[in-house]
Write a protein of this length. Structure first.
Length: 86
């Protein structure tokens, strides 16, 4: 092995040892509980997919469930159609 290659290997090992000799910092972890002052969870006896009484309700959950059901039904129809013509 030539001395030039050996020097390159030693320099590379030295650089890698610097990377792996990093120390971990232990930062203090403070867990904060997220509490909202204006929640009305005690008033709701059950969960609704779309609640018209809630002002902040935009219907995105209803749209997501409708889209998932539509995709599943379309895939089912395509599967049935293809199985009849095989």
């Amino acid at each position: 092995m030539s001395s030039e290659v050996r020097q390159y290997i030693i320099e590379d090992a030295y650089k890698n040892s610097e990377v792996f000799s990093a120390q971990l910092l232990k930062l203090p972890v403070k867990k904060k509980k997220l509490e909202s002052k204006n929640t009305q969870l005690k008033e709701c006896a059950y969960w609704k997919l779309y609640d018209k009484k809630n002002i902040q309700e935009d219907g995105d959950q209803l749209k997501a469930v409708t889209g998932i059901c539509l995709v599943v039904s379309v895939f089912s129809l395509i599967g049935l159609y293809s199985s009849f013509f095989n």
